[in-house]
Design a protein around this ligand. Sequence first.
Ligand code: ADP
Length: 470
Amino acid sequence: MKLKTLAVASTASLAALALLTASGLTLGTAAMHREVTCLFHMVREVRSITELQVNMLFHERESARVALAQHPEHARARDAAEREMKRWLEELRAHPVTAGNAHAFREAEAEVERYLAAHAQGDSAEPPSTAELAASAMEADRAYAALDRLLSAKIEESRVVRARVDRVLRLSNAMSVGAAVALLAGILATLWQISRCLYRPLLALRAAIDSYGAGSQDARAPHRGLDELREIAVAFNEMAAALAEQRRKQLGILASVAHDLRNPLAALKLTVDRLRPDRPLPPEPQLRPMLARIGKEAARCDRMLTDLMDIARMEGGELELRSEVRDARELAREVVELYRPAATAHELGLSLPEEPVLLRCDPIRIEQVLNNLVANAIKYSPGGGAVQVAVAREGAEVTIAVSDRGVGIAHEDQGRLFERYFRAPSSGRVASGVGLGLWAARRIAEAHGGRIEVTSAPGEGSTFTLHLPG
Ligand code: ADP
């Protein structure tokens, strides 16, 4: 999984959970608001009904008083009660009639209107008869009873609404708890995922880096977690493996240098032993070759150490050229003459043009390249044979080719010859080496703006050609 995918997935799932919770709570609140509004209307309706009943009782009492005493004060009180009744009836009509109480409402409305109509005939001078009084009381009772039924219907309806409110409340509570649990679970799942894919692999990577830094060469980072961390772990492990391989090769070089230095040093030691202060000096004819040998072996050690230091400097990126104009024929001749005395099993040949082949170069570096090419030509043709060095001018270029009839190089290895520490598998059996000479040679050629090319066939020999701008 990629870091971006983890971030997007965590954010999206947490946002979806939060959105669901918010929508649930909003729906719950809206339902609660609806039911509370309904209850509020019911309270007002109940109040209208009771006010109607109270005013009707008041109206009836004052009507009876008017009939008995004909007092204008009572007539005013009765009229006021009538107005109040009409007002509360209007108020009641203003509320929506629900299916549950439509019948009770229409009945109560009709009874109240009949009661009001019966008492609207005006005041008569005669006191009402007993039959009239009884009829009026019956009308009042009927209206009162109808209002009572409407009141009961309303109270019943309010019970239903209350039960609904209870349900909504329970649902809202359950939803809130569920949402809180889901959110918590979502957060915990996200944290667990972050810890599994990001935090723990990061700790493991850091532990590997720390332990590598503390000197444990075998420390490797586990391939765990996000893709990016895996890629870093792979890169770290490859780097550690490459460094380990490089270290192994460097130790090999040290061993090989120590081994190569032992021969000249042993020769030096033997010769110097014969010149110890407690022994008489040999006669001059013997002394001179001994001193020459000391000089030769010391020069050999010096050259080996200089080459090594050169390579170390080049590895550090330093390659300084001291250019001057030289004849390439001279450089080739010097190198061949250097190797001629030692290469007794080989025929060292030189092919030089008549005309000087001038080129601008650092002669010491170019000699170093030619030394390496000639030394390899001798080293990798153990059965002896011709080693040919040919100088030529080809257009704007000067070429110096070194050919041998040695073991040759397999086609698939030729592309890797100039890599650091590379040795063709077949050459290990032929001669010792560390695989740095051609790498250094190519760096020197390139620093001069040139290149080295190779043509070779296994068992037939090789030709290495140094091309330099003329
Ligand atoms: P070294 O000779 O110390 O191994 P070099 O960098 O000089 O290192 O050469 C790299 C490799 O190229 C050698 O190990 C050998 O396999 C191959 N090589 C170089 N020159 C020749 C040659 N003339 N004939 C055959 N193989 C060669």
